[in-house]
Design a protein around this ligand. Structure first.
Ligand code: SF4
Length: 308
């Protein structure tokens, strides 16, 4: 797929900010394009430095010691960071083909539409297309961390939960995490249509995360010593959740220690001297990656259920 890195706009915005240098942040799958982007910016007289840190979301805008940040493939996290140019890299998709695929799998006539930033452009046309076919269609309002109506993030499914009339959802995009998240948070069926996989449709029902949560809780039930992990990434730092989890555990006689980490990966926790961990950063670390951790990992709010 050819991407439009919007380098003309980027150069204009960097100039308008008075920036002479910038940090270039790309998600893992797009890091290969870093040298091309940096090369173009250097030709225009900017000092461009590619960040090799892992980057999963706009919750983690890095500045380093540079004048500005060029952040690719995510929309602003709740609000725009100062001195930051966002290039969302949206993709076009065929609304008619999405509707064709979804229609066979839908059982209800009231439908909510959700997606991630990449396919946000298609939602208005998809809404029209479905309405022509007799569906009542809702696009939910943006949440606390999302930037656009209809957009969901792993930490913000409000655009789905806020659709009050929808009996089912269409999720446009790839991967399993977001459609499962929509099903779990709403309790409704989700039909995922993936334009990057020949518009194939797949169904998801709620219950997967709930089942996995109780499995994680049962693995952690005998843990006496707990590490409460805070993340040093600005947008993922949740001191309130960490303090609550610590207090709840200590009230029930368990030992709890606050820890801090920037990049929360299984290897980083492997030798830490605790029986189990509470991860207060991106919920995806627990919900999506828990099987990769040798010791049990829980979300802060799950501690209450563990102790009840
Ligand atoms: S906290 Fe996680 S889900 Fe939310 S924006 Fe950051 S990386 Fe994405």
């Amino acid at each position: 797929m050819g991407y439009d890195f919007e380098l003309d706009r980027v150069k204009r915005e960097l100039t308008a900010m008075g920036a002479k240098s910038c940090m270039v942040q790309l998600p893992e799958g797009l890091k290969q394009f870093g040298p091309q982007i940096a090369g173009e910016l250097e030709k225009a007289g900017f000092r461009a430095v590619i960040s090799l840190e892992r980057c999963f979301g706009a919750c983690d805008v890095l500045r380093g010691g540079y004048d500005a940040t060029l952040h690719y493939a995510h929309a602003p996290y709740a609000r725009k960071e100062p001195k930051t140019v966002y290039v969302e890299l949206r993709q076009e998709a065929d609304a008619g083909r999405i509707a064709d695929s979804a229609e066979h799998k839908l059982r209800a006539k009231n439908v909510g539409l959700v997606t991630t930033i990449q396919f946000l452009n298609v939602l208005p046309k998809l809404k029209q297309e479905l309405e022509k076919r007799g569906f009542a269609v809702e696009v939910g309002k943006r949440g606390h961390y999302t930037y656009y109506d209809g957009q969901v993030l792993g930490c913000d499914f409000f655009a789905a939960t806020n659709c009050k009339k929808a009996q089912e959802f269409i999720y446009v995009g790839s991967g399993r995490f977001h459609p499962i998240g929509v099903a779990e948070k709403t309790g409704k069926r989700v039909v995922q249509v993936n334009p990057n996989d020949d518009y194939k449709a797949q169904e998801f029902a709620s219950g997967i995360w709930e089942k996995e949560k109780w499995l994680r809780i049962s693995k952690a039930s005998d843990a006496r010593s707990w590490g409460i992990v805070l993340c040093s990434k600005k947008g993922q730092r949740n001191v309130h959740a960490a303090d609550n989890a610590k207090r709840w555990l200590e009230e029930k006689g368990r030992k709890a220690t606050l820890l801090e980490l920037n990049d929360i990966i299984p290897q980083a926790l492997e030798y830490a001297p605790f029986d189990a961990f509470v991860i207060t950063a991106c919920p995806r670390i627990v919900l999506d990656d828990w099987k990769n951790y040798k010791k049990p990992v829980l979300l802060a709010e799950e501690i209450k259920e563990l102790l009840s």
